[in-house]
Design a protein around this ligand. Structure first.
Ligand code: FAD
Length: 490
């Protein structure tokens, strides 16, 4: 007999609820624990997973495999082309390994939720007890509701309820122990599982050699790296987070989103670590930097709650149905200019080039480019949402969908539609000295003073830098008219 833990976006040994429960079960029965991860190229395609993310996951699996091996726990990684075949293949493996217990952490995207429900039912017919548990959020979806029993659709009251819930259920911030050592016999019984090789990325998700080198030096894999990054941030930067987090050149955010997305860091650990550094135990008291950071990590929970409660957001629909009638543009020339950082708006171009070069973009810049695409260019926000997923190393459906819905005003608790960022003012405000622009748009490095934000508008001709692809004032008026028309307002 054996117990299996099925790894998905929870690629760590520490503070992993399903893994911990699986290990406890194995220990209580005196049988081995086996870990499993399935790679499905079709799944990657369906989720628009970026090649840089796939590479990060595969490198993390190498680290995980070694860490688990130290505990005599094998990690079996297998490729299953078609996502629909995954459940059957897992049950087959359980049979082959003689395992009667399967543990996993729940994922809240609609197909994944359905799959987990189906597997729980099927498992009982196949002699495998399937346990799927809440883990990825600090507070599980469904735990918080408004006075009238509904899901919150506005962040602020939801956040107050989130804080209150954690104060009345403090154990929810308890950290789960890593798995225990397997019985020595596991090495013999499951010898071939220990010999498993982590596969190369599937063909549709392969990086070039240059990209591999670039991304690998930027994004070291694994949970220890995540822990270190978090500890360094809490020690050195969190105190100024509240004041500096909006300035892309300040390098003052934690940059742990890649780890939260791959699960090399748990949100619970993130919050518990921040709280431990605070003078007070309350989550909404003490150090302002820590409080603000906790409230940002909570946004991640918020968007997952929204996704779990309103699964239609997974189906390319705007959260606000009344926004369905907006007539979007599908201008591929403008879209390409946006993707390539060639819009002629320096702040927007810097941000898109940061994304293309690193797989990451600062939050303020994400908001600015999303607003620019949806409002200045009036291009369907779903094209931007998709481009982000295909290029971000931290691509997370709920947060990305939430962020795009916020910026395009079609989402849950969004910017009002008439709030349209001026890309030049955003630049002047959040990159006053033009440091971020100069870093990512080398053509503009020599531009002096305020012209860095708006070279064409200030009459500075820069060789090789494109003209503004739209005029903001005109674009703004066009967007307002189009949103009003779609919403049926005068
Ligand atoms: P920090 O500022 O240090 O925050 C810590 C953590 O809190 C982040 O790692 C993240 O997990 C969470 N967080 C912070 N802000 C937000 C937010 N607005 N929404 C949800 N979670 C948040 N984040 C993703 O993880 N994946 C995405 O695919 C993603 N797409 C986005 C798309 C758009 C259009 C926008 C506006 C935002 C998006 N975000 C996404 C949220 C945010 O930009 C990133 O989480 C953040 O920039 C990551 O950097 P950090 O780890 O340094 O964040």
């Amino acid at each position: 007999d054996a117990v299996v833990h099925w790894y998905k976006c929870d690629l760590r040994t520490a503070d992993n609820k399903a893994l911990h429960l699986a290990s406890e079960k194995a220990k209580s029965k005196g049988i081995p624990l086996i870990c499993l991860h399935i790679i499905s190229p079709q799944d990657y395609k369906a989720h628009m997973t970026s090649a840089v993310r796939v590479d990060f996951v595969l490198r993390t699996l190498e680290v995980l495999k070694e860490d688990l091996a130290k505990l005599d726990i094998p990690l079996w990684v297998e490729t299953v082309e078609k996502r629909k075949k995954i459940p059957d293949r897992i049950f087959e493996l359980c049979k082959q390994w003689g395992a009667s217990h399967l543990y996993t952490n729940i994922e809240y995207e609609v197909d994944e939720l359905r799959r987990e429900a189906l597997m729980t039912r099927e498992g009982s017919k196949k002699g495998v007890a399937v346990t799927a548990v809440h883990d990825t959020c600090v507070v599980a979806p469904g735990e918080l509701s408004t006075g009238s029993g509904n899901q919150y659709a506005v962040y602020s009251p939801w956040f107050r309820a989130w804080i209150a819930h954690l104060h009345t259920h403090p154990h929810q911030l308890d950290i789960f122990d890593p798995p225990s050592q397997n019985p020595a016999s596991a090495r013999q019984t499951y010898k071939e599982l220990f010999e498993c090789h982590i596969p190369e990325a599937p063909e549709n998700k392969r990086l070039t050699d240059e990209e591999k080198q670039r991304f690998r030096s930027m994004w070291p894999p694994g949970e220890y790296e995540a822990k270190e990054r978090l500890a360094k941030f809490i020690k050195e930067k969190v105190q100024v987070y509240k004041d500096k987090r909006n300035f892309p050149a300040a390098n003052s955010t934690a940059i742990v989103s890649v780890h939260l997305a791959a699960g090399t860091l748990s949100a619970r650990t993130a919050i518990a670590t921040a709280r431990a550094a605070n003078k007070v135990k309350k989550l909404d008291g003490g150090d302002l930097g820590i409080m603000t950071w906790i409230s940002e990590v909570a946004w991640r929970d918020f968007y997952k709650h929204v996704l779990a409660h309103w699964p239609y957001v997974c189906m390319n629909k705007p959260f606000k149905p009344e926004y369905t009638n907006i007539e979007w543009e599908y201008n591929t020339d403008l879209f390409t200019k946006w993707t390539q950082g060639q819009t002629g708006y320096p702040f927007i171009d810097a941000a898109m080039r940061q994304l293309n070069h690193t797989g990451y973009m600062h939050n303020r810049a994400r908001m600015a480019v999303a607003s620019f695409l949806a409002k200045d260019l009036l291009i369907d926000w779903r094209m931007g949402e998709r481009y982000f997923m295909e290029h971000l190393i931290d691509g997370d459906f709920a947060s990305n969908n939430g962020g795009w819905g916020f910026s395009a005003s079609t989402g849950v608790d969004p910017q009002p539609y008439f709030r349209i960022f001026n890309p030049i003012l955003q630049s002047e405000k959040f990159d006053e000295e033009g440091e971020y622009i100069r870093k990512w748009v080398p053509e503009l490095r020599e531009v002096k003073g305020k012209a860095i934000h708006d070279p064409w508008g200030r009459g500075v001709r820069v060789k090789g830098y494109p003209k503004m692809c739209v005029e903001h004032k005109e674009a703004r008026n066009r967007a307002l008219a189009r949103y009003k028309e779609g919403l049926g307002r005068d």
